[in-house]
Design a protein around this ligand. Sequence first.
Ligand code: AMP
Length: 453
Amino acid sequence: MRNFTDFGLADAILRGVSAEGYTTPTPIQNEVIPAILARQDVLGIAQTGTGKTAAFVLPLLHDHISETARPQAKHCRSLILTPTRELASQIAANIRAYGQFTKISVAEIVGGVKPGPQIRALNIGADIVVATPGRLEDHVRTGALKLDHVKAIVLDEADQMLDLGFAPAIRRIISKLPAKRQTILLSATMPKQIHKLATDLLTRPVEISVTPESRPIERIEQSVLAIEIAAKRDALVSYLSENKVERAIVFTRTKRGADKVKKYLDGAGLKSEAIHGNKSQGQRERALNGFRKGSTKILVATDIAARGIDVDDVSHVINFDLPQVAEVYVHRIGRTARAGKSGVALTLCTPPEHGLLKAIEKLIGTSIKIEDRTVGGLLHAAAAHAASDAAAPKAAKGRRGGHKHVNARQTPNNKNNKTKAKRRDFRSGEETPSAGLDRILQKSYKRSSVRAA
Ligand code: AMP
């Protein structure tokens, strides 16, 4: 399809789509919209940023628009399950936008807020319920919502839901749906458990896996800064002060870490907000709104809280801590370079995190360039070594320049890295960060040589 009108969607929906400024369907929309309209089950592998939300929302709206009766009290016609409240809010906002010229009703059922308004919304019935599994089950248990009229269920970001331990809840919820229903499962990755879930829950699904034509990751300038743990916060402050940062998300591994980083940035005069699971829904929404409007330029977030953040103008993603799971890196950096824009992703990598970095490079199939620059008055360890290393004049010269990016594949003399890889800090006996990274570099270099051969 080259045009949204080719799908046979109702006029009111086409008006909503065009009010959003969409002219051409994305590849996933081209595949998924006709399949859902034909009432088939769908198993879709798609990352955020591909337009997957509209891919399932538009045909659901089309189906509901033809219903003449209002949804019955305490019932809904379709159910969308998401891993996080932010993603649920985002999807509900999209439904309202695409359905602005229709009378379709949507109820948002998420944890962390008072149940009263949700119960009232369910009481009058809703065409579409967008929910996180825990709170949805609460309402089903108390009888505030009944699931026996559900015609279609969407499991969005299913891999993330499984990571969060929602598999039993999902199965319980599905067991309460009518046997004759449509099931749509979307996931960014396809681990074995997702495959099993799909086999158990879907009936002869259309399998759709879409690689975006211009994968966002290719528009992201990725680099790594090798650094000692103690220097991280100063490095972050310098980086954020020195670079033209429109909007940055700083990822930390823990909630406490996010709070600490926010405090440190505040102390350095850099206004930021932190979002994580210990914040109330109100606090999270305020922080996100400020970030969206541009009154807060820096958002410090944990992975879970950041899921579903859909802000188009994030110029920088900074991994203050490396993620424990390589796939999460791809999700994180996908917060930038949205809507056709480019973006920058910087990863601070301490010696204990080298293994995680290697796993990421393996996953994305390329080595990430090493930033070689002074940070917060601290000369990055590799540069320090190069400066003191008379035996490696060529490499040292390039590095002493201070701001040159060194790409593993272009490293002029990787043999020198072998010597450096064995160097140990004479004070601590620990391997220095540059030694560890050089070893990684060398392996990447070997990998790229093999590929080139
Ligand atoms: P999603 O993958 O659903 O999170 O969508 C990513 C971004 O793409 C969102 O900002 C959408 O508003 C936008 N989008 C979705 N479909 C289209 C389209 N056909 N044309 C332009 N932008 C789109």
